[in-house]
Design a protein around this ligand. Sequence first.
Ligand code: ATP
Length: 583
Amino acid sequence: MFNIQEKLMLTDKGYADLKKAIIACTITNLSLLLPFAVTIQIFAELMRPLTGEEISWTRMGIYFVTGIIAAILVFLANKNDYKKTYVASYMESEATRTRVAEHIRKLPMSFFNSKDLSELTTNIMGDCATTEHVLSHVVPQLSANAISITLICLMLGIFDWRLALTVFCTVPVAFLIIVLSRKIQKRLSEKHVEAKLKASDQVQEYLEGIKVIKSYGLDGSKFTALDNALKSMKQMAIKMEFGTGVFVTGAQIILQAGIGLTVFGGTYLLTGGEIELIPLLMFFLIVVRIYGPILTELTLLPELFYLQISTKRMRTLVSTPIMQGDAEKEIKDYNIVFEDVSFSYSGSSSPEEEVIKNVSITIPANGITALVGPSGSGKSTLSKLIARFWDVNKGTVKIGGIDIRTLDPEHLMSYMSFVFQDVVLFNDTVYNNIRIGDLNAGEEQVMAAAKAACCDEFISSMPDGYQTLLGENGSTLSGGERQRISIARALLKNAPIVLLDEATASLDPENEVLIQQAISKLIAGKTVIVIAHRLRTVAGADKIIVLDQGRTVEEGTHEELIGKKGLYEKLYTIQQESLGWSV
Ligand SMILES: Nc1ncnc2c1ncn2[C@@H]1O[C@H](COP(=O)(O)OP(=O)(O)OP(=O)(O)O)[C@@H](O)[C@H]1O
């Protein structure tokens, strides 16, 4: 069964509001008949001399007053309709956007691997906007028109069923054309949506990569790709409009043939003496009026088909399972154990795709454990598995003896602080960007964290100090400054497990010393996992785990590993030699 609430992804309130909007819209449609009925009465009055009667000016006065009352009623009905339809639909689409965004937040990272940002943006903004438009401008009008057309049809049928038949006999044919062309229209709409997505992808890539495009002189080729995507979007839009237009126009022509049929039938009945002239003229007037809403129905129906594509995408998105887990279970001990863990980003268990292979390691609590190894050996992946950004394909990751798959990801996250190389900053004040670490922190705590992370000096020199706006993703800050803000955040969070991924890689030597001090404060007494390329920075770690092609190949302290003369010793020696290089 066609479930409109499910199809339009409406909340219970949204569904109730939609029903109210349909009623309000029907009332508006019916109220519009009042002035029309008054006009017909005036018309009939003015026609009286034709049948030898006199015009009654008293009746004309009554019609005039009734007309004014009718106009007031139309205004009130419209006002009510506006509120019930538009305001309610914008509230509903806000709720849908929030619901979609909330769901996205809880999805596993594997979902984002297969989707790009512009597709998700289209989901949240574009698809919701389409639903919003259909909710406010299509569904209530379609339903209300259908109700009022049926009522008028019945009234006309009571007045003269033969004429009513001539008016409405073309309606089913016109609708049949639209309904039967649904598949073609849907296909064209799908292609249009696809082209729109591609174009927005290209625009995003062009803007994000503008620095590389300029520095490598890719303006020509990249611009051509963008230009082609925009052209294809334009062509698909024209094709879709044309495809819809052909069927809608065809249906409209057939529908309006009803006017001819009514004139023909009416004249036939008039000459046969079966109907009077004035009722016939009034019928003609009504026919012209009734075709307006039917034509609207014909043009609105294709929008409903277009909507199905948007809602289908949104339904797929919100029905993607989120990561589940206990949000109460307390972790008491922070030692992290990998038991025979294998993992591939695609979810496949084929050895070619696995980037972590049968890893069994222990990261002791309250100590520093370094993950080292050549590029692509799986260091970052291991840290992502600890944070449950992804779930393992095989084996178990346990923290304090608890399988982390049984823990709610956000709850698990509350035990961890991250300092990543690619720091994400929000378009907000510096103060709020640091406070993200602990939203309950007061000004003093935020300042203390900033000082400890050596941020205080550069923040104070900013135009509005801590209240300075950072711009999109902190574009106004240097790499080192961004890194220090992320350390300040982590300090403020004060979580028992700290993950440092290349934390000092983008810092100048002078700052590095200060940052190392800040990091020392951050990690004191914590369970720390450090991912580093520069092995000298982790030589003091309590434990070093060496990875190669997704496997653990060595474990031990710096001295032990140097003594083993394996991969670690080799990498260390190469790096020591490279320190002497100059250009
Ligand atoms: N999101 C992803 N989707 C698919 N494959 C990925 C993804 N992230 C990493 N990989 C692949 O997983 C493997 C391990 O990557 P990972 O980033 O863990 O290595 P790493 O040791 O941290 O490397 P680096 O030192 O260069 O940062 C690589 O082959 C990489 O291409």
